[in-house]
Design a protein around this ligand. Structure first.
Ligand code: FES
Length: 504
């Protein structure tokens, strides 16, 4: 796995793994921004809590995000207003702004050194795009209507010529990994156990038991804060997984942009800067595609680099990484009680706006479990159903998943003996009898052979050469070359396959 700039800058966090069975009020699966916000709220409210993180705190999507915090949303406020109306748009903005305020207050209260700073958010017209003044006008109108302090500027404060730019002041940036590790260090206590390296193997919502290889945790409430719910949950079938690519670069000049910059052109890019270890870095994000559905993942980083070099005086490209986002069909996340169980609470569908949504989700779920009224809870209820707002995207993504399932399961693939040699870093699906096998060779010339059938619902995984992973094109589960679960709804590893195959 490639490291993000936050992972490169992070210090080790010493927290134990689960050692024995435990009995708590609330079990939280996932030690990212959502899970730790819930843990903070409920442990402060006197509940006993166990956080179960599969790897290291914050090393999932939180630690691969942009570190940008904003009250607007990536799919555009004007589009949200068109779909949901003015009142909901105002609520969304107020809720997200409140989440940013919450982060700021905790940074101050706990003295978390995560470089939290208020800054302006910009939506700029890039040089390669025709100016779409109507888009900026619509966004300006929606932003002001929703209570944001916004204005149009003739250009963006970037070291290249841009067209008109929408500016929203008083948004924020921070180091998301330092923030969640700061939260974890602060709340870890007898009442709130925070476990690392404790992957969950099964969730029994009815009984209120979370199973791991290291012990079981019994709880009155289970919070599945894993970006998309683990296992079988209706929400997994409703959200669509996409990946996006990021680079951290040093420049020859001192022209590092100050603030958050999103391009308004067809090819969406986001830009920000970050300083650590006495060096400043430019972070550029873009080249989005549906998870498991691109065979040019390495080229995506190269294209992003070429784009950055066209506009910035790039000296070195220091870090490359990518991250996943889950997109809901009606533009709003699903937060609250799972449709399938009263004891299970979920949060997903954050799109690329997850740090702010994750914090809000933590606050809403914390209130839900604590029995405290939260004025935003109803808006994000996972059981909501409004076909007028979601049917078109649900149908399009459903057709896409059905096609991927059929192509993966029934499309032509070479038999194992005809597949040819694999070079280091390559992966390929081959057939042995009727089974599809995911075969890859790592950088140390080791061959890995695992079943290509995703353990979530059986779609056939695809090789991601940029990350050296097997990615599922249906609901976004991702696995290492040797089959271990990295993220997504799958709970079980891809099954190992004997290699070379024995003749049948
Ligand atoms: Fe659902 Fe793979 S993630 S089938």
């Amino acid at each position: 796995m490639k490291r993000s700039i936050w992972q490169a800058a992070a210090r080790r966090l010493e927290l134990p793994a689960l050692q024995r069975d435990a009995d708590v009020d609330v079990a939280i699966i996932g030690g990212g921004i959502t899970g730790l916000t819930v843990a903070l709220k409920l442990s402060r409210a006197g509940r006993t809590v166990a956080v179960l993180e599969a790897g290291t705190i914050g090393d999932g999507t939180t630690g691969q995000s942009t570190g940008n915090l904003y009250a607007t949303i990536g799919s555009r406020l004007s589009a949200l207003r068109r779909k949901w109306g003015e009142e909901t748009t105002r609520e969304v903005v107020a809720a997200r702004a409140g989440a940013i305020d919450f982060i700021e207050s905790k940074v101050g209260e706990f003295g978390i050194d995560c470089e939290f700073a208020r800054c302006a958010w910009h939506l700029y017209t890039p040089p390669e795009a025709l100016a779409d003044d109507a888009l900026l006008e619509r966004e300006l109108d929606a932003a002001i209507d929703a209570g944001l302090s916004a204005r149009l500027a003739p250009s963006a404060p970037l070291p290249f010529a841009t067209g008109p730019t929408l500016v929203i002041v008083e948004q924020a940036q921070f180091d998301p990994l330092k923030y969640v590790r700061g939260l974890a260090s602060t709340i870890a206590s007898e009442r709130c156990a925070v476990y690392q390296n404790t992957p969950v193997t099964r969730i029994d919502g009815e009984a209120g038991v979370v199973h791991t290889d290291r012990g079981r945790v019994s709880a009155s409430h289970i919070v599945v804060a894993t970006h998309t719910p683990k296992g079988s949950d209706l929400a997994n079938l409703q959200v669509a997984p996409y990946r996006e690519y990021a680079l951290a670069m040093r420049l020859r000049s001192a022209d590092y942009p100050r603030g958050i910059f999103w391009s308004a052109g067809d090819r969406h890019h986001s830009i920000r800067s970050y300083r650590f270890d006495d060096s400043e870095y430019l972070i550029v994000v873009g080249e989005r595609h549906k998870t498991g559905q691109a065979d040019d993942t390495v080229d995506r980083h190269a294209r992003l680099e070429a784009w950055a070099r066209a506009f910035f005086d790039v000296a070195t490209v220091d870090l490359r990484w990518s991250a996943q986002g889950y997109y809901s069909p009606d533009e709003l996340p699903y937060i609250g009680k799972s449709v399938g169980s009263d004891k299970v609470h979920i949060a997903t569908g954050f799109a690329a706006d997850g740090l702010t949504w994750g914090t809000l989700a933590g606050l809403i779920i914390g209130d839900e479990i604590d029995g405290t009224e939260n004025r935003y809870a109803e808006r994000f209820r996972p059981s909501r159903l409004d076909p007028a707002k979601s049917a078109k995207k649900l149908l399009a993504e459903g057709v896409n998943v059905a096609r991927e399932y059929a192509v993966g399961r029934f499309g032509a693939v070479p038999a194992a003996g005809e597949a040819g040699e694999l070079a280091a870093g390559e992966g390929r699906i081959v057939k042995i009898d009727d089974e599809r096998v995911a075969l890859s060779r790592d950088g140390e010339d080791r061959l890995h052979a695992v079943s290509a059938a995703c353990t979530h619902m059986g779609c056939i995984v695809a090789w991601n050469a940029a990350e050296q992973t097997w990615d599922c094109p249906c609901h976004g589960s991702r696995f290492s070359a040797s089959g271990a679960v990295i993220e997504g709804p799958a709970l079980d590893a891809l099954k190992p396959v004997r290699w070379p195959p024995t003749a049948s």
